[in-house]
Design a binder for this molecule. Structure first.
Ligand code: RFL
Ligand code: PHB
Length: 392
């Protein structure tokens, strides 16, 4: 079989790329290791930058997002027992973020691809990529015991942090940068109304907490926990008691609790692999970089890579030029590193580290007072949170 672009991974990066290429008349196939239901069962990101919303609109998949997404013009930072609002929209000339779960984004993209007859092979086993340093890359996979081979012009490595694409690149050709944080986030999803209309990021001596949501009737809450913590040790009851100890008194009084419908622990990590292109293999999303979720940037960065990659491929097929493909890695990485810096900074500011101590706690609170009291400092946070501009 032959296609123009073979996409590895049906997460948001792979599906969105497939959609944008389809709209431009470029033929692709997506190979996904898991089943569609498994991919939809992963509860992950919840906050979309305007640029990600615009890109989903460009892909023709924004309808439900605009009907059901919650548009937020601010976030709250809670510290020293009091909440302070960062007026994102006022500070950024009217930019907002949209709360719409990654599961829903993925579902909309899968539905659009199915309706358009796009090819996605779920449960593709032993996917391997070959000859991407030549003009004739190949992809192989196995399904129901039969090995298939695909010839293509380009391979898009959208297969996440544990994927096969980055791993196949010779070690000597990649430079990896990494920081693993000494804690994780325990998250629960529950069908209860959110405690507040906006997200609350909490700095507390007992550890970070986040009050988020998926809709007006579905909430997502997180607690900072030690890395070695087991999810089985956290009954719903224990989770709610701990959350109430970390949030402000009013939130503790008014939060509506209920049975969890999902509960999991995610480690926090910053990671970047450079460059993001090797010949005709182009990495996008978590396959090339990971950020801790504190800045709500992971999914948005995947969309930002796909924006550059789709434009580069479309330009190539229209003009025959490799100029935009050549520029891809540099353009992505300049924006990626800014999000890596912001996510690291938000994580450092809001979490309790093993060496934070009383002094560190005071410094964090003082930085938070400065941040919420200074228009210059709040504007810096706001412009990063809503998403920095693109190069083109
Ligand atoms: P994904 O979503 O990981 O999708 C990659 C896909 O590739 C498949 N795959 C393979 N397919 C074929 N062959 C192979 N060998 C393969 N290996 C892997 C996988 O099954 C999968 O379907 O990467 P993508 O598309 O780059 O999207 C990135 C986002 O998913 C990610 O950045 C965010 O979800 C990160 N993230 C969060 N980001 C936020 O902005 N806000 C959040 O609140 C937030 N919470 C989270 C998160 C990531 C988490 N992970 C990774 C554990 C919470 C969690 C728990
Ligand atoms: C979420 O709703 O899952 C979420 C929101 C904001 C973050 C991280 C996670 O910074």
């Amino acid at each position: 079989m032959r296609v123009q672009v073979a996409i590895i991974g049906a997460g948001p990066a792979g599906l969105l790329l497939g959609q944008l290429l389809y709209r431009a008349g470029i033929d692709s196939i997506i190979l996904e290791r898991r089943s569609g239901e498994y991919v939809l069962g992963r509860i992950r990101a919840g906050v979309l930058e305007q640029a990600a919303v615009d890109l989903l609109d460009e892909g023709g998949v924004g309808k439900r997002l605009h009907e059901e997404g919650l548009v937020h013009g601010g976030i709250e930072l809670c510290f020293d027992g009091v909440r302070h609002r960062i007026a994102l929209a006022d500070l950024t000339g009217g930019k907002h973020v949209t709360v719409y779960g990654q599961t829903e984004v993925t579902r909309d993209l899968m539905d659009a691809r199915a309706a358009e007859g796009g090819r996605t092979i779920y449960e593709a086993e032993d996917v391997s990529i070959h000859d991407f340093d030549s003009d004739r890359p190949k992809v192989r996979y196995r399904r129901n015991g039969t090995v298939h081979e695909i010839d293509c012009d380009f391979i898009a490595g959208c297969d996440g942090f544990h994927g096969v694409c980055r791993e196949t690149i010779p070690r000597s050709a990649v430079k990896e940068y990494e920081r693993v944080f000494p804690f994780g986030w325990l998250g629960i999803l529950a069908d209860v109304p959110p405690v507040s209309d906006e997200l609350i990021y909490v700095n507390h001596p007992r550890g970070f907490a986040l009050c988020s949501m998926r809709s007006r009737t579905r909430s997502r809450y997180y607690l900072q926990v030690p890395l070695e913590e087991k999810v089985e040790s956290w009954s719903d009851e224990r989770f709610w008691v701990e959350l109430k100890r970390r949030v402000d008194a009013e939130a503790a009084r008014t939060v509506i609790t209920g049975p969890s419908i999902e509960k999991s622990i995610a480690p926090l990590r910053s990671f970047v692999a450079e460059p993001m292109r090797f010949g005709r293999l182009l990495l996008a999303g978590d396959a090339a970089h990971i950020v801790p979720p504190t800045g709500a940037k992971g999914l948005n960065l995947a969309a930002s890579d796909v924006r550059y990659l789709s434009r580069a491929l479309i330009d190539h097929y229209r003009s025959g030029s490799m100029k935009e493909i050549d520029a891809y890695s540099g353009k992505c990485l300049r924006r990626v590193w800014k999000a890596v810096r912001f996510s690291w900074w938000m994580t450092s500011l809001m979490h309790r580290f093993p060496d934070t101590g009383d002094f560190g706690q005071k410094i964090q609170e003082t930085e938070l007072y400065y941040l919420t009291g200074s228009t210059a400092a709040s504007t810096s946070l706001a412009e990063n949170y809503v998403g920095l501009p693109f190069e083109d």
